[in-house]
Design a protein around this ligand. Sequence first.
Ligand SMILES: [Fe+2]
Length: 462
Amino acid sequence: MTAPQPPGSLDPLAVLKGLAALRKLTGTYPVGHPMIAQKLHEIGDQVDTYLRDGNPLCIDVIRGDVFLDGVASSSEQQANQQLIGQLTSLGIDSIHIHQGVELDEYLAVAQFLWQYTGSGDAVAAQLASRNVRHISLGRLVPLDTRWRAQQWPDAPTGPLDPAYAESILLAQQTFENTAAGKPLDVVTVRDLVQLLIHKVARSNAALGQILAVKQYENLTYCHSVNVSVLSLLLGKHVGLDEATLAALVEAALLHDVGKTQIPLEIVKKAGALDKSERKMIEAHTTLGAEILVQTEGLHPLTPTVALEHHRGVKGTGYPDLGNAIPHPMSQIVSVADIYEAITGARSYQDPTPPERACLILARLAGDKLNTALVKTFVSAITFFPLGSVVRTNRNELGLVVETNRGEPLHPVLTLVDEQTHQPLGRVNTAARDSAGAYERHISQTLPAPEGLDIRHFLPEAA
Ligand SMILES: [Fe+2]
């Protein structure tokens, strides 16, 4: 993890813009032209200031949104969709720049991009042959092994809370039937809503598994179950009554139902989406609303949420509905949807740890997400209740024995021997290293292993 930068210290879009402009200039003018020299200095100055602390600069475009070192850029991105589209249509969705970079390297990268056709040697080799040693470009060709898409299982593996497992199975059947062209099964949807409200949301094991990072690529049915439970948690904390909560869970469960109408290879695509694929993905909102409007017996707001869940509170996002502000129910589902998506694995990204996901939500608050809802969500979630069995990113097995006030994601653990279940000592996961990064993250919540009596580990009062 890199040390946090003061906000606004670098606008990643400005760097992307600079590189795009330089690429065009190198295609238009001879190398020594003053316009090229000026652009090179501009880029160099911007990046050098940022690189002073020794960490590399990582700009990633994930489905059209720009991230700087893993954090969503706060710049107004709507106006820059064209620029981002230009770069991603070339296949560039990741640029990493390391300390020591020289101006000639930017020039070589720009020239390379101008001539690049998508064939030939791997990008890394082509850049190396041009003496580029401090800049790497991601996912230009699928053969570029440094960026090979990681394969994740399609659903949670290992033992699950039984009600949670049942809800995933029911959702899978419902979504697969809809994908096969059958009408949406409203009776199963109602059963699922009840199961989620009365069983899954009351199971600590299920909640832990939904809130922690997810080491699987959760396809629409899994994602939908998780978003429903997270929306329910948020809805409860903002004081919705029971009937409204049931409507919220139904809407959250079906918010992405339009994805059943889109080819799976596009939904799961590892690399950048081209323009037509992007359009297709974005259409899941309108397709979903159409299916839901035609289905009798659903709550009237269910199609609205499907239509609006990718729209921001300032009227940005898709589909284009003018300045219309999304319904509060859609705003709740948007918060849960984004949290769930980034804490899950994707073929094109590792899962984001919960605390980083909360930081991303905070950056999106105000522009895209409702600030009050983000605050409520982040402060309300009890990620790891006492007695939760967890695995850390260092592959240690531990038991939550104490929570840290103000650090809901970093409790105190007693580490446990995998075989004998004997305690190995306490660690505080809120501890940070000298660079300010957490020494440990919780990467998984597990059901208690057989033979492990958690009562031996918890204080008497608990
Ligand atoms: Fe969606």
